[in-house]
Every structure is written in structure tokens, then in C-alpha cells.
Design a protein around this ligand. Structure first.
Ligand SMILES: [Zn+2]
Length: 103
């Protein structure tokens, strides 16, 4: 019988050393999240996060209407409920052309 002498390195020890060296050079990517999800139980939600306030509000109804403010050259202002091209100025009595300014 040859080998098995104390001076010879056992085969399995060499294999482990090689394996460890390979693992050091090429470490396997470890996904911590998957490991945690697999073993640890999910935390239960016992209360809402702070800073979030939920209010139940009554749902109402409202009516909106665009009103057109008309200003005559004489300085008189009034309002029209419908878009008009011309209007009678209640102060100076002139028939005024309404130029609608954007904005
Ligand atoms: Zn006027």
C-alpha cells in the first residue's frame, strides 16, 4: 500500500482548498431580500403609517359659470353671463365692441 503517509496531503483537503479558492474568486451573488422572504415571516400591519390622515367628506354639488367682465372706454364695468361681441354701455350709452382679452 502506497500513500496515506502523514506527509501526503489528503485528497479531500486539497479539494476543499481548491473549492474555497474558487468561491473566493467567484462569490455567488447573495440576494438578501429573497433569503429574508424565504425564512422570516412578513411583518403584519398593525396601524396606518403616521402622517396619513383619512377624512370622510360629504360629497356636494356646485354650479360654475364663466362670467365676462366688460369694461367700456368710459370706465364703466359690468358683467355679461354669455360671450357677447357688442354691448350697450349703461353709463355712456355707446354701443361698444367687446374685445375679449386672453387671460
Ligand atoms: Zn361706456
Amino acid at each position: 500500500m502506497t500513500g496515506n503517509s502523514p506527509n501526503d496531503e489528503p485528497e479531500d483537503l486539497i479539494s476543499v482548498a481548491k473549492l474555497m479558492k474558487i468561491l473566493e474568486e467567484e462569490p455567488e451573488p447573495v440576494d438578501d431580500e429573497d433569503a429574508t422572504l424565504g425564512t422570516a415571516p412578513l411583518p403584519t400591519i398593525t396601524r396606518m403609517p403616521e402622517g396619513i390622515e383619512v377624512q370622510e367628506r360629504r360629497l356636494g354639488h356646485a354650479v360654475g359659470q364663466w362670467v365676462l367682465q366688460v369694461r367700456c372706454d368710459c370706465g364703466r364695468r359690468w358683467f355679461e353671463l354669455h360671450p357677447v361681441r357688442t354691448a350697450d354701455c349703461p353709463r355712456c350709452g355707446a354701443l361698444v365692441l367687446v374685445d375679449i382679452e386672453p387671460g
